[in-house]
Ligand binder design. Sequence first.
Ligand code: SAM
Ligand code: SF4
Length: 475
Amino acid sequence: MQQLAIDKTHDEARQGEAFAAVVSKPVHTGKYFYIESYGCAMNFADSEVVASILQDAGFCSTTDEQNADLILINTCSIREKAEERVRKRLTEFRLMKRSNPGLVIGVLGCMAERLKSAFLEEEKLVDLVIGPDAYRSLPSLVEEANGGQKGVNVLLSRDETYADIAPVRLNSNGINAFVSIMRGCNNMCSFCVVPFTRGRERSRNADSIIRECETLFNEGYREVTLLGQNVDSYHWINDDTNETVTFAQLMEKVALISPLLRIRFSTSHPKDITDDVLYTMKKYENICNYIHLPVQSGSTRVLQMMNRTYSREWYISKVDRIREIIPDCGLSTDMIAGFCTETEDDHQESLSLMEYCKYDLAYLYFYSERPGTLAARRFEDDVPLEIKKRRLQELVDLYRDHSLISMQKDVGKVFKVLVEGHSKKSEDDLHGRADNNKVVVFPKENYKKGDYVTVKITGCTAGTLLGKAITPSAP
Ligand code: SAM
Ligand code: SF4
């Protein structure tokens, strides 16, 4: 399995990250929890909800697993490799029980939902199995586990959005935060396990989203990423006023909190992104000009088998529309190589679609059959692994050419950069991101984290723009 190009929504460098709360709540029973997270940004955001529930129940967070009374692992099922990684970790944790028999180990998230009680009964790896909609029951299940009973709650809900829970920001830089705006997914892409592990789509109360973003802004955060599997189908009805809030309207409400608060969002399904969304992006300077628009394949025949509900031509016309309304919009995608029945011709169509779109970022995978999905039930996983890998490599090589050209094109331009911290390589440099999501590094001078700085780009590497501050930007 290969995943290339990293962004904030699926950051390979963060896989397995252990979290510590930035601010702890005062009630503390002397018990510590340790939580490790895998998968997409939604999982990382969920871990912040779990931390909040546990802190309210008197637990304190620790990044030292040896010090923990409760170890949780928030899991991802999207590809087989992700599950293998988690199993290895669980086996390591189980060994710790030998010297600490009171230790409670729990598995959360998509893998918990997918494998349910198999974890307890067959594999005997853990004490708790809790699905993505059942985190509120965590404290009572931990209590039962302390009494020697194993606990499972994998019920999926039609209305749980954790809207009233203020997430505890974990390992935060104090500048960027993820805000979940919806849960689940109603699309049935045939390769995808998400509809089975995360349940039906539901939109979170818009007022609670705005409140969360306002609180973040007042605490000094300067960028929120609105998260959902399919954000453009966000749709919330206020039962008291009958007001309907669409994704474009939600973005506008968040944008109006302050021009100093930047807004990003992920993920957009090509079939659902509307002109309304594009015009709202254009209208507000603080909504970043960057869209993650997964295509998955360049072949209409394969797209049909994937149940993506659009054709190659339809996707291309969407990209044209984005570029017409927002000419400088950054664009990224997800693509799968070697889906069932994919021929060389289909693969060439994926390459030529990439050639047309010239993505700034691409997340490229080879197909991994997931048990229970429509594809696993209906189609044979018939492209040999070495062919999948070769096709993936061809996609990767082409993407690398495009991304380098895209970086080089920005040399000489001026960007407003939100500073996120020191550069990894030098304390004398700062790093931040431009509106189009590209990372920019420049000499620190007197600037600091959270500042908006106008930077002139003087050079680039494959993944970073290098520049020099010219003057601080006004908001
Ligand atoms: N909801 C988003 C969308 O529709 O684009 C993405 C959800 S998924 C967490 C992220 C990406 O994982 C997908 O866009 C797809 O490219 C990839 N993916 C999902 N299932 C896969 C599978 N069975 N094998 C390989 N890649 C897969
Ligand atoms: Fe999976 Fe498709 Fe839903 Fe994305 S839109 S989460 S790929 S089913």
